[in-house]
Design a binder for this molecule. Structure first.
Ligand SMILES: NC(=O)c1ccc[n+]([C@@H]2O[C@H](COP(=O)([O-])OP(=O)(O)OC[C@H]3O[C@@H](n4cnc5c(N)ncnc54)[C@H](OP(=O)(O)O)[C@@H]3O)[C@@H](O)[C@H]2O)c1
Length: 247
């Protein structure tokens, strides 16, 4: 992986930040995207600098075509190619269907699904210039398992899984592999926001491995899929959840 160029969307917090850290530790130059929160970016910058200076933070809302276009102009000017794309940025707001605010539903689809479509579309010309290009999308266990109060999130993540498989088919002619990682409940700010301590303990008790995921569990899988060690894995959805779908 040494010397490769990567873009990680939503790289300033949680799972994305851990993916960035692992890429930096493996000698990859990383464009670290984020959408809104400068303070998260400054905190992440400090942590990342302890590992390497080979990164650049770029603010762009993945659901905004113009901002994403501008982000890729910067990437193109800097290196002219991209080896790895990790489409990680995502959000959630819980709501029962009967209480849904339709604009809120659309927003979740826009960020979690359409955002990955926009970033993938603009990344394609730069990925075509790589010798071993690879895309990993981040979906969720809820992309295959329905969940109450999360209809928009479930629908968006199911869309990401199918979009990944379609991308793998369409991009095979460019030798670009595309896979998706579906985490279970993972210890990040986004996830912990919605759960009480008791509910987390219950989640642990119900998991076959009696714990929730850590960002490093997801990052290890993403790095494997990006690397040449996974050169014959394409269009797959890898669940990383301790076996929680078995129950
Ligand atoms: N944690 C879990 O339990 C879990 C489980 C399954 C799947 N996932 C998926 O894993 C991914 C990461 O989740 P996380 O738990 O690590 O979340 P997190 O800690 O809240 O981090 C989210 C990151 O995405 C960025 N982001 C959010 N909206 C964005 C937008 N419109 N444009 C660009 N960047 C945006 C955030 O930066 P700004 O706030 O600055 O925009 C932040 O860097 C998500 O796709 C999530 O659906 C998480």
């Amino acid at each position: 992986m040494n010397g490769k160029i990567a873009l990680v969307t939503g790289g300033t917090s949680g799972i994305g930040k851990e993916i960035v850290k692992q890429l930096l530790s493996n000698g990859v130059f990383v464009f670290v995207n984020f959408g809104h929160h400068d303070h998260l970016m400054y905190e992440a910058k400090k942590e990342l600098k302890e590992i390497s200076n080979s990164f650049q933070c770029i603010k762009a809302d993945v659901s905004n075509e113009e901002e994403v276009f501008a982000m890729f102009v910067k990437i193109k000017e800097t290196f002219g190619k991209l080896d790895y794309l990790v489409n990680n940025a995502g959000m959630n707001v819980d709501n029962f269907i009967e209480d849904l605010d339709i604009d809120g539903f659309r927003k979740i689809l826009d960020v979690n699904l359409v955002g990955k479509v926009i970033v993938t579309k603009f990344a394609l010309p730069l990925l075509k210039k790589s010798e071993s290009p690879s895309i990993v999308n981040i979906a969720s266990r809820l992309g295959t398992k329905p969940c109450v109060e999360a209809s928009a999130y479930c629908a968006s993540e199911a869309g990401v899984i199918n979009f990944t498989k379609t991308s793998a088919l369409e991009f095979s002619k460019y030798k670009i592999r595309v896979n998706v990682v579906s985490p279970g409940l993972t210890n990040t700010p986004l996830a912990m926001m919605g759960w009480t301590k008791e509910e987390i303990e219950e989640q642990k008790d119900n998991n076959p491995l009696y714990r929730i995921g850590e960002p490093i569990d997801i990052a290890n899988t993403v790095l494997f899929l990006l690397s040449d060690k996974a050169s014959y894995i394409n269009g797959e959805n890898i669940n990383v959840n301790g076996g929680s779908l078995l129950k």
